[in-house]
Design a protein around this ligand. Sequence first.
Ligand code: IMP
Length: 431
Amino acid sequence: MENRVIIGGQWGDEGKGKIVDALSRDVDWVLRYQGGANAGHTIHIGKEKHVLHLVPSGILHEGVRCLLGGGMVIDPWSLRDEILALEQKGHEVRGRMHISATAALLMPYHMRLDELRESRLKRKSIGTTGRGIGPAYLDKIQRTGLRMGDLLLPAENLERKAIEKILSANEVLSEFYDAEPVPARVLAEELVVLSQFMSPMVVNPYAVLRGVREGTESALFEGAQGTMLDIDHGTYPYVTSSNSTIGGAMTGTGLGPRSLGEINGIFKAYCTRVGNGPFPSELLGEQGDALREAGGEYGATTGRARRCGWFDLVAGRYAVDVNGMTGVIITKLDVLDNLPTIQVATAYELDGQQTTTYPVLSEAVPRCRPVYSEFAGWNKPTTECRKLVDLPAAARKYLEFLEKELDTLIVGVSVGRDREQMIWTETGVTT
Ligand code: IMP
């Protein structure tokens, strides 16, 4: 198996979980490299539905080893609950789960700080998932955080270190936010108990990934969120706090560029965004509502209604370029099955000028007005299609256009939520 990176091409929720599940059957490792429990990867297997937040989607294949990489922020309380829930459903997890000692530890006070900061921002709030992601990365970057490796400390030392961190978070809670402090001793004791559950899984990522580095073991890198939510390349400040783009795959695992292999961008056949921030091709009103209902566009982590809109080629090409994508996978094509017409944003109009170059500046993106091309719908179900030739001609025309404009081969098309509802097209969709 060749190594592969799976990256969201839009604002997250592109259906990466399903694709990782489909592609991880034969790999040795699935590596999550950034983010935390803000992610919600939904996988349907027969009648079973799994929503994973921290555990990589590859865990559902027996024998696949999983790593939570050093680029992540991990809430050990949530992780324990997720592991136990999977084990209750009969999946063997603990023997195959590895957690990088260098990953940041997300504490309950990070969630509290996330909530407080959001409510203080009022109308300018980011619309975060409330999982403490920003504050946990802040602690990491300002070099004051705990790491998963701390769970290997003797109980007394861990407790002492945790209390110190909790007390300084309490200072911020009470002095800056005038909020209740969190109970330091209780939390520190809980963390010591959790450390017994977690510590057998905490590893030195450099040592366990030797086989991947040397090319004797294969790896699939599982990205969370998407390019337009990346802290550096996304619609700042309405972004998450990690690098969901290709650089994150390296810094978040400690593997170099030669280990990456194929770089596959996952794009929905349209666009969605949850939370606040610019979304040039957003459909407001009835059309947006119809797309939301057809696609079941409600957040897997927070249940929030997702904002919906047309495929945005300006942002799409930017995502291809920023990540150096070698192939693209289009998901949820079937959601468009009953639409009379489909539009695609091919350019933006900005200050009276047309541009196909994504403008980057946070002050410019909200002023961009999309320029659309229109396509005829196909009005036929695609959910039973398994080969390109099975697709209605209009659907193929739409995919061919996306492939040409993205200037990257479409190597897969998803036509439903189940594992087998996939069309694999190694040589692209254009015949
Ligand atoms: P945070 O990552 O919780 O700080 O949220 C920052 C922004 O990223 C908000 O707009 C969230 O809605 C969005 N976000 C974070 N994780 C995901 C995800 O997995 N899918 C879609 N949006 C996400």
